[in-house]
Write a protein that binds this ligand. Structure first.
Ligand SMILES: Cc1ncc(COP(=O)(O)O)c(C=O)c1O
Length: 332
């Protein structure tokens, strides 16, 4: 795109940056010094995983992404327990016996955030099948290792993305079906599908890929859930469309319903999405990111859109500026 995005999307020109975003946020993704490694805080740089770890060869790890936000009471984690519960369910689907329970993993996540003095951070708990025989039955003989790593993270798709939206393309790669793999699990091997679609989007000059299901309905973006707005009604799909049912998605549905917005949850087609007024993406990393174009079709963005209202609502909840959602936050 040759035009300056601010010039191109003039509805944002009126928003001072400090009103559009919760705080000044880090630009980079600096890695934190300490890591929670099999139950203990260690120097992150000194840890390594065996080259014959089953997870490296066959994609057998499960993981989460959790955000830490600044709040008036200090840094807080957003829905940390829900993320850890989802990780334990992902592990169960892969026959992985986690050596730590939910409480221990929640405490570990808080501890690693605390030790690293995290403020705007992205925390990555990951459990993997370690070294063992060359075998496709890792649950028999491979040890399970768990770490919780953290890094700084501001706006994932760039500050302009939160304000001005991203350009998305429909991938030629289809989303794998929930009868082939447990799509509700966040397992590393399953992300090869997202990587292929993301690389294709990059090569085509777009910011993000949208994957369709085999039947032509929409699944999700490579790393986010999809919402669209038509005539003031909010639409999204659920696990019957082979999605990871996101925790951000759930936050947005709750915020919308509390604002008396009608929310319709059902499968939708590419055509329904393309004929809509607005499209936005939700995910822990991407937060609530508007889509300003899909393959040449322009969509509404700007501070008066429903997407922008929900983005502000989500960021207000995440930074404890809206007391209605205090139960989502755990102070570090
Ligand atoms: C494929 C996919 N869908 C959806 C999501 C959104 O999930 P959440 O909002 O829980 O981060 C993610 C991100 O984790 C994802 O990778």
């Amino acid at each position: 795109m040759s035009r300056d995005p601010l010039e191109e999307w003039p509805s944002f020109l009126r928003i001072p940056l400090d009103q559009a975003l919760p705080e000044a946020r880090p630009q980079g993704q600096t890695l934190a010094k300490h890591i929670w490694w099999d139950g203990e805080i260690k120097n992150a740089e000194d840890q390594s995983i065996h080259y014959y770890a089953n997870a490296l060869h066959y994609g057998t790890s499960v993981f989460e992404g959790i955000r830490c936000y600044p709040t008036p009471g200090g840094p807080a984690l957003l829905r940390v327990r829900d993320h850890i519960v989802r990780m334990t369910r992902s592990a169960k689907l892969y026959g992985m016996a986690l050596p730590f329970n939910i409480d221990e993993l929640v405490q570990g996540t808080l501890e690693v955030a605390r030790r690293n003095k995290a403020i705007n951070a992205y925390i990555r708990p990951l459990a993997y099948f370690g070294e063992g025989p060359i075998d496709l039955k890792p649950k028999k003989q491979c040890r399970v290792g768990v770490f919780i790593a953290t890094r700084e993270l501001g706006s994932f798709l760039g500050e302009n993305a939160l304000r001005n939206g991203v350009r998305a393309t429909i991938s030629s790669w289809r989303k794998f079906h929930h009868t082939s793999m447990p799509t509700m699990a966040k397992a590393s091997g399953q992300y090869a599908n997202s990587v292929l679609a993301s690389h294709e989007a990059l090569d085509r000059g777009f910011d993000e890929a949208i994957l369709l299901n085999q039947d032509g309905t929409v699944s999700s973006a490579a790393g986010e859930n999809i919402f669209f707005v038509r005539d003031g009604v909010l639409y999204t799909n659920d696990e019957s469309s082979s999605i990871v049912p996101g925790i951000t998605r759930d936050c947005v549905i709750q915020i919308a319903r509390n604002l008396d917005v009608e929310v319709v949850v059902k499968p939708f087609t590419r055509e329904q999405m393309m004929r809509s007024d607005e499209v936005f993406l939700t995910g822990t990393a991407a937060e609530v990111t508007p889509v300003r174009e899909i393959d040449g079709t322009e969509l509404l963005t700007g501070r008066d859109t429903l997407g922008a209202v929900l983005q502000r609502g989500y960021l207000a909840a995440a930074t404890a500026k809206d007391p209605n959602y205090g139960s989502w936050l755990t102070l570090v």
